[in-house]
Write a protein that binds this ligand. Structure first.
Ligand code: MG
Length: 163
């Protein structure tokens, strides 16, 4: 996997969305590992370093909620963003009570996704490197930019320098 990129596990059973959005994210700050089933996501996370995960809620087999539980149990530091349709917002909210960082409604655009992933990665870097939020915000001000991509790059630098 490419160094100095953020390792993102992306699981969604809608393969067209998985492929198109996965490509857009891979062209940005992410090493994307894209899989179409919860079972594969759990297996993949055992064999690859994953920073954050993007998990679809409704999938055949192990659904997003079960995938979330298994991932958080085995990798407590991993931050997870849930993807959901309008019909299952309640379940998505429940997921945030069970450890998901946040949820995003589908269809979502790239900018919304980058913003959500940035926030999740920020938490991941803070927890992993034991940086308090106040200190982290001071460190991020250095970049003088509010674009999620700038912040993602800065966070990745902080993480790489700390580990
Ligand atoms: Mg689905």
């Amino acid at each position: 996997m490419e160094k100095n990129k953020i390792n993102l596990l992306f699981v969604d059973d809608e393969e067209r969305f998985l492929e198109s959005m996965g490509k857009l994210l891979a062209a940005r700050e992410f090493n994307v590992i894209a899989v179409n089933r919860g079972e594969k996501a759990i297996e993949t996370a055992r064999n690859n370093p994953v920073d954050i995960a993007l998990v679809d809620l409704k999938m055949p087999g192990i659904n997003g909620e079960e995938t979330l539980k298994a991932l958080k149990k085995e990798h407590p530091w991993m931050e997870i963003v849930i993807l959901t349709g309008h019909g299952s917002i309640d379940s998505a909210v429940e997921c945030t009570q069970k450890g998901a960082h946040s949820y995003l409604l589908k269809p979502c655009d790239l900018e919304q996704l980058l913003e959500a992933l940035m926030q999740a990665y920020k938490k991941r870097v803070m927890n992993k490197n034991k940086i308090e939020e106040k200190r982290m915000n001071e460190m991020l001000k250095i970049s003088q930019s509010n674009s999620p991509r700038e912040i993602l790059r800065r966070l990745n630098e902080i993480d790489t320098a700390s580990s």
